[in-house]
Design a protein. Structure first.
Ligand SMILES: Nc1nc2c(c(=O)[nH]1)N[C@H]1C(S)=C(S)[C@@H](COP(=O)(O)OP(=O)(O)OC[C@H]3O[C@@H](n4cnc5c(N)ncnc54)[C@H](O)[C@@H]3O)O[C@H]1N2
Ligand code: MOO
Length: 635
């Protein structure tokens, strides 16, 4: 058996970063280049820069009007106007024109009365009024920008005004990026089982650029010791830093750490961070070489914690700081004492508090980063946080955007994605975020003031009525409204062509079923139908197997993980499955009255009444919407 690296030594994050930066400081040399000022945005100055010219370069008129000799205007008043003669007493000037002796003041055009002898003025002009003296803005020789200053658009303007056209700046650090792995294919190749589409290096490339560096991405290297070694050795001589992706942990073909031990010094292998544990921090020929884990979230978090500080050091910039807010976490988070954990969260403002809803925690869940508004850290010494406890969240988005987001928690339907897509188009700056925990879970979130709206479809088995009795029971009257949503058909999702010939719920015993979680409206309906038909849950193979959304059920049926599951028509269509209707149901929104008048909540309810929305529901198929957006207040 090939050798495994079983002895990752997991150092606390801060200690690992400090060790590494300390090892790099004596060897990393900062490089400089002189470039045109016009191309210098976001670059960092090497030295202080001094003005070559003054601005203005001469005494200049600040207004359109006439330049006058101020002492000839002294007598002018409302009752005794003075008439000035052109060429003798004044000349016509425009804003920016030079003012030469004997002229020493400017009178604005609107304060002049034209007469046949010249112009009449009714007030005296003070010496130097409306004249911008030489160097009023910039004096030749004065310092415009200090050293180590990041150049902004206004700086470019002022540098040019002061006669500076070229400037010496810190050279952008150049990073070489190597994806590794025999199973890695390029995005344009056709995947086979076992193939992994290469994407991490493209994410790194853009992260390097965003941090002010230059990136050179190389094609994937197969798992071969010599190839990895030769590529790294060559890159180290040509680039300022090298990033190697994957092959960093304990697999039999994880060669990176061995290669780096041969080529240079491995300062750290393994950091107490999750995701992101198998990071390698090495120095080869005085250049930083960083091995990042293959899983995308691990790779991203490793990059933020270890590559960004090195780029900042080489680029002489400060690390960008995200805004931090205190939010209350919407569910219990248990974490190990073995590492510091980064939990991606969706953040919204409900009432006067920020709420953070944790997203999928797996290292492979790249979508958790796409969906995240920020992340919270569970420190290494902490075992986790309880639901409702405050956490510090570092925001990836603007706080204002987060505050203008409709927070929806409850049952899932594809129409939520349609509304989320329409919202920022109709109302720039407003967003919809939805988390799917089932109908009852949504109502509980409303009770805890963690969401604005809860989409629900809960059948009252006694009355056959949907939704109203549940919210009446939970919230009491006068506190909550029901906004009518859509009617939709629940049914059984089966593979295309219905190979098992399933006609209804009565045929499910004997099939492999995938259920929904407790508290989901679909589960309530399924249980109700089973009871009506006299089928015991134990007769359903897979009753205990729970998926969290309609799409997750459809994916399980589509991928041959199950024969049948219950869900909505649009999910069946999206996954190209057959659909056996079971019955209609009402999917509505519960909203506490206190949120009804918020602009973003009103905007969301308006979307439910729009023709464009109905058009998109028709495309999804299976929806009715006669009463969508209607408010039922007397519950
Ligand atoms: N026995 C152990 N197994 C693993 C350990 C461990 O300590 N003991 N650590 C786990 C952890 S934690 C992580 S994180 C991963 C890291 O694995 P590697 O860095 O060695 O990466 P690979 O195994 O080569 O790939 C893993 C996974 O990453 C994705 N990947 C890889 N490269 C790319 C790319 N260029 N673009 C997109 N995605 C990529 C892919 O899904 C791979 O399957 O190891 C655990 N195992
Ligand atoms: O470091 Mo791994 O990313 O924990 O999954």
């Amino acid at each position: 058996m090939a050798k495994r690296n079983l002895y990752l030594d997991t150092k606390p994050v801060e200690e690992a970063a400090e060790l590494y930066l300390n090892a790099l400081r004596p060897v990393v040399t900062i490089q400089y280049e002189t470039i045109p000022v016009t191309e210098s945005l976001n670059r960092v100055t090497r030295h202080a820069t001094y003005a070559k010219y003054s601005s203005p370069l001469f005494n200049a008129s600040a207004m359109d009007g006439i330049a006058v000799i101020s002492e000839r205007t002294v007598a002018a008043t409302e009752v005794a106007p003075v008439t000035l003669k052109e060429k003798e007493d004044y000349i016509v000037v425009d804003t920016g024109d030079p003012i030469h002796p004997p002229y020493d003041a400017v009178i604005m055009a609107e304060d002049l009365v034209e007469t046949k002898d010249g112009v009449q003025i009714t007030a005296s002009a003070a010496p130097w009024q409306h004249v911008r003296p030489i160097g009023e803005d910039i004096v030749a020789g004065e310092m415009i920008l200090p050293s180590r200053h990041k150049i902004r658009p206004i700086d470019v303007g002022v540098l040019l005004s002061a006669g500076i056209t070229r400037i010496e700046v810190v050279k952008r650090p150049r990073a070489a990026i190597f994806p590794t792995g025999t199973e890695i294919i390029e995005p344009e190749d056709t995947p086979r089982e076992g193939s992994i589409i290469e994407s991490n290096s493209r994410m790194f490339e853009n992260m390097v650029i965003e941090a002010g560096g230059e990136a050179r991405r190389f094609p994937p290297i197969i798992d071969d010791y010599e190839q990895i070694r030769d590529n790294i050795a060559k890159a180290v001589s040509e680039y300022d830093m090298v990033i190697v992706n994957a092959g960093s942990s304990a697999g039999t073909e994880d060669y990176t750490v061995h290669v780096l031990r041969e080529l240079g010094e491995v300062i750290v292998h393994g950091v107490a961070i999750k995701p992101g544990k198998p990071v390698i921090l090495a120095v080869v020929e005085g250049k930083p070489v960083i091995g990042l884990p293959g899983y995308p979230v691990s790779a991203y978090i490793g990059f933020e914690n270890f590559v960004l500080p090195v780029l900042a050091m080489m680029g002489q910039t400060a690390l960008k700081k995200n805004e931090v807010v205190t939010a209350s976490v919407s569910k219990r988070l248990v974490s190990s004492l073995r590492h510091k954990e980064y939990v991606r969260v969706k953040v919204g403002k409900v009432g006067d508090k920020m709420v953070a809803a944790p997203l999928a925690r797996g290292a492979g869940a790249a979508m958790s980063l796409v969906r995240a508004d920020g992340f919270c850290v569970i420190e290494q010494h902490s075992e986790g946080v309880e639901a409702g406890e405050p956490v510090q969240v570092e925001l990836y988005r603007d706080k204002a955007e987060v505050e203008n987001t409709v927070v929806i928690i409850g049952s899932h339907d594809l129409i939520l994605d349609v509304a989320a897509d329409m919202m920022p188009n109709l109302h720039p700056g407003m967003f919809v975020s939805s988390t799917h925990v089932g109908s009852m879970g949504g109502l509980m979130a409303l009770k805890r003031k963690e969401a604005h709206l809860a989409p629900i479809h809960l059948l009252d088995e006694e009355t056959g009525e949907y939704n109203l009795s549940y919210i009446r029971r939970l919230f009491g009257s006068g506190k909550i409204a029901l906004i009518k949503g859509v009617g939709r058909t629940q049914g059984i999702l089966v593979k295309k062509g219905n190979p098992l010939g399933i006609k209804g719920i009565e045929d499910l015993p004997g099939c492999r079923y995938v259920n929904r979680q407790r508290g989901a409206g679909t589960r309530v309906l399924f249980d109700y139908k089973l009871k009506q038909l006299g089928i015991a849950p134990e007769q359903i193979n897979g009753y205990e197997r729970e998926a969290a959304t309609h799409m997750a059920v459809a994916a399980a049926v589509g991928s041959d993980g199950a024969d049948a599951g219950m869900g909505i028509l649009s999910a069946a269509k999206a996954m190209d499955l057959d659909f056996i209707p079971v019955g209609p149901e009402e999917y509505d929104f519960a909203v506490p009255l206190e949120y009804l008048e918020l602009p973003h909540i009103k905007a969301f309810i308006e979307i439910l009444k729009m023709d464009e929305f109905y058009k998109r529901l028709d495309e999804l198929g299976g929806y009715t919407y006669e009463r969508a957006g209607e408010r039922i207040l007397n519950i």
